[in-house]
Design a protein around this ligand. Sequence first.
Ligand code: NI
Length: 138
Amino acid sequence: MVNVDRFGVSMERKLLEKFDSLIKEKGYRNRSEAIRDIIRDRLVQEEWKSCKEAVGTVTIVYDHHSKSIAKTLNKLQHQHHKYIISTTHIHMDAHNCLEVLILRGNSHKIKKISDILIGRRGVKHGKLVMTTTGTELL
Ligand code: NI
């Protein structure tokens, strides 16, 4: 690694113990590795907010027996086709469908589309994961 700086971090012992068991569980070799990932993740989130070419993945779970939700989701996706670059649909079980959408474009627009989809009545669970290439961070 080039240009690496060291810094000390003070925190409550209990908090540090919890952190240590979490990073062990996640498979990090040391605290530095874990802290770098957490900082990068947070910075990507911030970068994403003002990004004109952001990428987001939206995961939604819904009951396909509800005809209106499937129809509505399809309609919404057609309305925003310029932003939705890919979708994958799997049938989780006899009742539930899982859809993953990849969106690209202005971060505000992605967030708005995601909120509309996830907030739809009939969507049981939904989550937006935002990402960037993180090129500004290095
Ligand atoms: Ni399905």
